[in-house]
Design a protein around this ligand. Structure first.
Ligand code: PMV
Length: 314
């Protein structure tokens, strides 16, 4: 028996420390961004019609049987049904997302997570957070090529994580000693994750020693940040964010626009700022005092930010 209507949502995410180095086994910190979400709604459809996927924001509408090859939405649905070992239901799944695409905010992973949860519930099954995470990871391979696993983990668990490849599922959850406020500042430029991840790989293959020094230092910064977050030493995080940004710049994944936004954030009173995600475009994150957050956000909009999202971690 399937349910009449099912709705499920998943948050966006931001990486605070450790992007890129995390692909090479270093730890990285990510937090859910609950202010932007993806939502999937499943409703029953006519008998024999199979599953129709409708993503109005993306201008997509197809049945599972006629889905474009390699389509991530189709893959999320197919993987879920085959993992649960259930037949394709006669239903329509509608996806709406308020998470900007290609901005390093985890839009692909959040859409997949919301679809996987909604479909499972529609066929009267439940999935653990870890199962959702593993299924999203498979979908992420289409977007990213060789994802580290950080996006699917933080989005499926909806909690801050200190993620390291190969760690036991659930061991990554990070407790936050004292809440802190972030501004997530979108440059409005796309961030081509797959291309940047493969460029970092090419550089590593060409000169492993040079890249590994940077990865290891980024890993040390992330480890230190994990400890400070757990202990509630918020003041210690700003300088670590600045250092992480400098290391990412050396890795070649920043851009003049991101550097300008980082500078503008510091000028607006942020105690630290860095690019977030794959780089080149997408977002920066800035650590701000809660009382100064709204004024800083306004200054960043004036400095050219396409959008500023205020979020509290913990
Ligand atoms: O999805 P994005 O743009 O936030 O980038 C993911 C972070 C990387 O470390 C660059 C890649 C990965 O899979 O961890």
């Amino acid at each position: 028996m399937s349910s009449p209507l099912v709705e499920s949502s998943a948050p966006g995410k931001a990486i605070l420390f450790g992007e890129h180095a995390v692909v090479y086994g270093q730890p990285a910190i990510a937090v859910p961004v609950l202010e932007v979400t993806a939502k999937a709604t499943v409703v029953p459809a006519r008998t024999g019609g199979g599953l129709t996927v409708v993503a109005a924001d993306l201008g997509q509408c197809f049945t599972l049987a006629t889905a474009p090859v390699g389509d991530p939405l189709a893959k999320a649905a197919q993987l879920t049904l085959s993992y649960l070992n259930v037949p394709e239901p006669d239903a329509t799944i509608k996806i709406r997302s308020l998470i900007p695409i290609a901005s390093g905010l985890g839009s692909g992973a959040a859409v997949a997570a919301s679809m996987i949860r909604a479909l499972a519930t529609f066929v009267d099954r439940s999935l653990s957070r870890d199962e959702v995470s593993q299924l999203v990871f498979e979908v992420e391979k289409i977007h990213h090529g060789t994802p580290s696993g950080i996006d699917n983990t933080v989005i499926a668990f909806e909690q801050p994580v200190c993620f390291q490849r190969g760690a036991a599922p659930g061991s990554e959850l990070l407790s936050v000693g004292l809440p802190f406020t972030l501004l997530i500042v979108n440059s409005g430029l796309p961030s081509p994750t797959k291309r940047l991840v493969s460029r970092v790989r090419q550089d590593w293959e060409r000169d492993p020693e040079k890249s590994e020094v940077l990865f290891e230092r980024i890993g040390d910064v992330a480890r230190e940040a994990c400890r400070h977050i757990e202990m509630g030493n918020v003041d210690a995080l700003g300088p670590l964010m600045d250092e992480n940004h400098a290391l990412l710049t050396k890795l070649g994944v920043s851009s003049p626009t991101l550097n300008q936004l980082v500078e503008a954030a510091r000028g607006a009173g942020a105690s630290g700022a860095k690019l977030s995600g794959a780089g080149q475009g997408g977002c920066i994150v800035a650590l701000v005092h809660p009382e100064e957050a709204d004024a800083a956000a306004e200054m960043l909009r004036e400095a050219g930010a396409a959008r500023v999202i205020r979020t509290t971690v913990g």
